[in-house]
Design a protein around this ligand. Structure first.
Ligand code: PLP
Length: 400
């Protein structure tokens, strides 16, 4: 038996384990310290009442022989797919067919699994800094030497430029807006440039819209399909994790338009084949939970939670700006990406913040080389604790 040696090419990803370890060690050495964690990108507010009610009802149905359900349809029950179609696409003026939506257990699996339908020798463009799943899953597939890094810096507003004439042409392009970790968003014009580029070179864009719910400005696209031409070049990944607090429930969906045709084959048919072979669908209870998000009351309730996080983001952004830090993101994103002071690295400033303010962030360098010199704070925490953390940072670093 031979192992998949591509796994040996993965860099050990110590980011969140090192963050956790450092925090635990600090706490053990300073038991009196009141440490506030603004590091991990997980939600903290409970599921909204409409979702809980739908789940309870679905559990009761599963307890009765007459309403019990076994294996679900591979791509989702009509009741949820129709809601997704209406609210996320048709109501926003986007044409999409039922058969183009694939319900899943979340965007992380889809991000990784989608690679099954692409040849190994494709060239892949990935941002730096980045959500690590894109790079790691491509390395697992054996594309280590086929990765084109797209630096995302202050200079380009953390939004990569399309490759120039003569540059290497990527076959697969990963884009994520609102971005994790930088919190940047893409304008219609920027996305249009990517769509035109992908169509011109017959590349495919994998558009990760996991944080689209944080966009409140209608001029900023929530979906890449708001851009003309996207149906022939883009797959979109969506998640209910950050939209509705489903990180522990697990549900998302991927959009694969029929117009995506490569080597004479529809990617939609390939993804259907892949999913129906390797995935057995999302649980009935979870699908009812997701459906409840689309009711009027569900929409209102998830917006209340999103507003709570948006408020936290504002508190962090404004507080840190007041303390003299250059901040990015935090407006249409739950992440605040800020520059560490001169003379520090991401990790040395992480250590100082933990020691001096008892606040835990995430070092930007953990998301890629271009993240060096930055720290990410998350707005997914408790409001009072967030205020307390920001006050401590202001007291330590703000102008006296
Ligand atoms: N995409 C991005 C950019 C993320 O930051 C995350 C989670 O943090 C995911 C996808 C994963 O989402 P899910 O919980 O649906 O797997």
């Amino acid at each position: 038996m031979k192992i998949n040696k591509n796994f040996l090419d993965l860099e050990a990803n110590y980011l969140f384990s090192t963050v956790g370890k450092k925090q635990r060690e600090y706490q053990a050495a300073h038991p009196e310290a009141d440490v506030i964690k603004l590091s991990i990108g997980d939600v903290t507010k409970p599921l909204c009442p409409a979702v809980i009610e739908a789940m309870h009802k679905a559990v009761d149905e599963m307890a009765d022989e007459k309403s019990f359900r076994g294996y679900p349809p591979e791509t989702g029950y009509d009741f949820i797919i129709e809601k997704i179609l209406k609210y996320d696409f048709t109501d926003r003026g986007i044409k999409m067919d039922k058969s183009e939506i694939f319900l899943s257990d979340g965007a992380k699996s889809d991000c990784g699994n989608i690679g099954d339908i692409f040849a190994v020798d494709n060239k892949v463009a990935i941002c730096d800094p980045v959500y690590p799943v894109y790079l790691d899953t491509n390395i697992m597939f054996g594309r280590k030497n086929n990765v084109i890094i797209m630096p995302c810096t202050e200079e380009n507003g953390f939004s990569p430029k399309v490759p120039a004439e003569g540059d290497e042409i990527p076959d697969i392009i990963y884009l994520c807006f609102p971005n994790n970790p930088t919190g940047s968003v893409a304008t219609r014009q920027q996305l249009k440039e990517w769509v035109d580029y992908a169509n011109k070179h017959h590349s495919v864009i994998l558009f990760d819209a996991a944080y689209e719910a944080f966009i409140t400005d209608n001029s900023i696209p929530k979906s890449i399909y708001e851009i003309e031409g996207a149906r022939t070049c883009a797959i979109e990944l969506r998640s209910f994790s950050k939209t509705a607090g489903f990180t522990g429930v697990r549900c998302g969906y991927t959009v694969v338009p029929h117009d995506l045709v490569f080597d004479g084959t529809e990617l939609n048919a390939m993804w259907f084949r892949r999913q129906s072979t390797k995935f057995n669908g999302v649980s009935y209870i979870t699908q009812r939970a997701a459906e409840a998000i689309y009711s009027d009351i569900g929409q209102k309730q998830i917006q209340e939670n999103l507003n709570y996080y948006r408020e936290n983001a504002k508190i962090i952004f404004n507080g840190l700006t007041e303390a003299g830090f250059k901040c990015y993101g935090g407006i249409y994103s739950p992440y605040i990406w800020f520059k560490v002071p001169e003379g520090y690295t991401s990790w040395s400033f992480f250590d100082e913040l933990l020691d001096q303010c008892n606040v835990v962030g995430t070092p930007g360098s953990g998301f890629g080389k271009c993240g060096e010199g930055f720290l990410r704070l998350t707005a997914f925490g408790n409001k009072e604790r967030t205020i307390e953390a920001v006050e401590r940072i202001k007291a330590k670093y703000g102008k006296k």
